[in-house]
Design a protein around this ligand. Structure first.
Ligand SMILES: Nc1nc2c(ncn2[C@@H]2O[C@H](COP(=O)(O)OP(=O)(O)OP(=O)(O)O)[C@@H](O)[C@H]2O)c(=O)[nH]1
Ligand SMILES: [Mg+2]
Length: 678
């Protein structure tokens, strides 16, 4: 792999709905550029980009792949992202290092959920963008219909840079509107423009000239004076206009057959912004790297993917500082990635993409820079994962490796989180959806040899009481040697919600010595932890020790602790015990048309609608609902809105479980306890 100057680089991220042909497109460009001798196929598992075991098995991308394409002294770094919405994290981070986003739209399906998600991401990041109408050779492909829907979806000017020749199985090439060249067939041989298309070409070219003239002020004047632009100005104008996002260029390809691929090489080199065209972030000096991806490789260790944001990076013994931790990293060998391959390189120039291995501190989103010029670029905002499972190791061996392996897969994918839930002692893994979790579990197996089972996480119920309860108990043991004696009268009462635990010593006349107070409290606390009626933590209870008895010889701390446990249980059972459950506040964003269905579904989940507002063409529904009913809500919302709905959740409060449901939970707990005892 050669070294490239900044103006010879193009960083292009491929985004769009699943199966729109992005990965196949990388193969088509590699082949068209002569970088490979055979075009790989996703179905055969022979693409450079989908190299992962699980990607091959599912014939879909799951991770970002960097595919550099070398063509005519230029290097086009294609960044191939997965289209499935669960993997949107990859898309968000990759957009940060691209200077052009190509949004792939299937010529048959048109705009889909993944297309909308990609558009939103590109809008948020304000990345220059274009649309690729893909899989043009399919039966029922209808590019003019797709074009019309694009006009509606983007609130911007949509202007094709090329014209397709033929359609569906007759799709045979594209006409480059700037050069008026017809690039025919998979090889892109230059051919005569079909005579019947000449008028259409001039018309489309005129529209494109206008778009180019808007790129720069002096071009606008030239265009008005002369009524046209020469090719050099035309290209310069298009490039500026794309960079400024003043219009959305449209391209046509059939990645599988390679038709349109060579025209794309021309277009990307000529019109895509180079890193040197883009405004540099303020205040960068010396070498600055931005880490946009981390891979945990079981053999090589940590692999960090970065873009050179300023200066250049040499191999050898470069020292850079991670600005977040202020710690130094040593960089010995610099590599260029191509799918799974890592190719060593002497120097990477500003704007280029590379990888280094075995960094100690650097994580995704970190900035590395010279010690003299410490700077931190904005961190990447990842989507918040809400789909949770409890993971259970299958064997002893799995138990030992589980927590470090989970840490590594979460480091690799910041839209995955894991933690051990203190209250339930379960290890919880959170992701964007069912598929995301399944892929993560497969990764644990494939990469780290760890096997787990998953279950729906336990809900952390609490036990509480509703009224005054009182009991008296005598603990007495006389077996052989020293006996045990303690007697306590205790009352319990509910406290205000959230108050937790209160204790009051109301013993008069020294019926029990003050010194036993701590043992009695210890007894209460141990029962509060393990629960009385259903095995859940007790909360919001006030305990009062009213009276009791002690024996000069047999009374001792342990006797009072045991007695306290028993009397607390009895008083609690007499105080109208109930279960409390966590209620979360959900904020749900859905297309207006789905609002009715979404609210109807919430009603089946014991939810209370707090409010419903209209924001743009979205409905924002706020509702309070028990977590127990909402653990698989991402599945529900996805099917109710065809994947267009998103939501956030936040713990709000504990509230009483309706008694018939509470009874079922208590019965289940008793049965489980009985099973354990047997
Ligand atoms: N008919 C037709 N099929 C194509 C074309 N290009 C790709 N395909 C097929 O479409 C399917 C999806 O292609 P991919 O390249 O994996 O699509 P992708 O956009 O990378 O999909 P994700 O990785 O899931 O986001 C594969 O079966 C391809 O063989 C094309 O030009 N025409
Ligand atoms: Mg793909």
């Amino acid at each position: 792999m050669n070294e490239y100057a900044t103006d010879k680089l193009r960083n292009v991220v491929l985004l769009g709905h699943g199966a729109s042909g992005k990965t196949t497109f990388t193969e088509a460009l590699l082949f068209a550029a002569g970088n490979t001798t055979r075009q790989g196929r996703v179905e055969d598992g022979t693409t450079l980009a989908d190299y992962d075991t699980e990607e091959k098995r599912r014939s879909q991308s799951l991770n970002l792949s960097v595919i550099p394409v070398e063509w005519k002294d230029h290097k086009i770094n294609l960044l191939d992202t997965p289209g499935f919405p669960d993997f949107a994290g990859e898309m968000k981070s990759t957009v940060r290092v691209a200077d052009l986003a190509l949004i792939f739209v299937d010529a048959v399906a048109g705009i889909e959920v993944g297309t909308e998600l990609a558009m939103q991401t590109v809008e948020d990041a304000q990345t220059p963008r274009g649309v690729v109408i893909s899989r043009m050779d399919r039966e029922n492909a209808n590019f003019s219909q797709v074009l019309a829907s694009l006009h509606e979806a983007f609130h911007s000017n949509i202007v094709p840079l090329m014209l397709p020749v033929g359609s569906q199985t007759g799709f045979s090439g594209v006409i480059d509107l700037v050069s008026r060249k017809y690039l025919k067939g998979p090889k892109g041989d230059v051919a005569e423009v079909p005579p019947d298309m000449a008028g259409e070409v001039e018309q489309a070219r005129e529209k494109l000239l206008e778009a180019a003239a808007e790129g720069e002020d002096d071009l606008m004047e030239k265009y008005f004076d002369a009524g046209t632009l020469d090719d050099q100005d035309f290209i310069r104008g298009l490039r500026s206009a794309i960079r400024k996002r003043s219009f959305v260029p449209v391209f046509y390809v059939a990645p599988a057959s390679g038709i349109g691929a060579s025209a794309m090489l021309y277009s990307l080199v000529n019109y895509a912004p180079a890193p040197s065209d883009m405004p540099a972030p303020q205040g960068l000096q010396g070498t600055v790297l931005f880490v946009y991806k981390t891979v945990a490789d079981p053999f090589v260790g940590k692999v960090s993917y970065f873009r050179v944001m300023n200066g250049s990076l040499h191999g050898g013994d470069t020292r850079l500082v991670v600005s977040r931790t202020n710690s130094e990293e040593r960089i010995s060998t610099v590599y260029v990635p191509r799918g799974q391959e890592q190719m060593p390189i002497g120097q990477l120039n500003c704007g280029d993409l590379g990888i280094v291995t075995k960094l100690a501190q650097a994580q995704t989103g970190d900035t590395l820079c010279d010690r003299q010029h410490v700077v931190a670029l904005p961190h990447i905002e990842f989507p918040n994962p809400l789909f949770a499972v409890a993971v259970h190791p299958r064997s002893k061996n799995d138990t030992a490796k589980l927590s470090p392996s989970l840490t590594r897969i979460c480091e690799e994918d910041p839209s995955l989180h894991w933690n051990t839930e203190a209250a339930t002692s379960e290890m919880i893994l959170r992701g964007m959806g069912q598929n995301h979790i399944e892929v993560a579990i497969a990764k644990l197996h494939n990469k780290f040899g760890v096997d787990v089972e998953t279950t729906i996480p336990k809900v952390e119920y609490h036990e509480a009481i509703t009224k005054h309860g009182q009991s008296r108990y005598r603990h007495k043991k006389q077996t052989g040697g020293a006996g045990q004696f303690a007697e306590i009268e205790m009352a319990v009462e509910p406290t205000a919600p959230g108050a937790g635990y209160e204790f009051e010593w109301k013993v008069f006349g020294g019926a029990i010595s003050n010194s036993y107070q701590s043992s009695i409290e210890k007894g209460i606390r141990s029962v509060m932890e393990t629960g009385v009626v259903a095995g859940y933590t007790v909360s919001d209870v006030k305990c009062m020790v009213l009276d009791g008895k002690e024996h000069p010889v047999d009374s001792k701390p342990i006797a009072f602790e045991i007695c306290s446990r028993r009397v607390f249980r009895e008083a609690f059972e007499l105080a109208g015990p109930i279960l409390l459950e966590p209620i979360y506040r959900f904020t749900i964003f859905v297309p207006e048309d789905n609002a009715g269905d979404v609210m109807g579904n919430l009603n089946t989940k014991r939810a209370q609608i707090v409010s419903m507002e209209q924001v743009g063409n979205k409905a924002v529904i706020t509702a309070d609902a028990p977590l127990a009913e909402m653990q698989r809500y991402s599945n529900d919302l996805r099917s109710l809105t065809q994947g267009r709905g998103i939501y956030e959740q936040k713990f709000d409060r504990y509230a009483q479980v309706p008694s018939h449901l509470a009874q079922a939970i208590i019965t289940k707990h008793k049965a489980e306890r009985k099973e354990e005892e047997e």
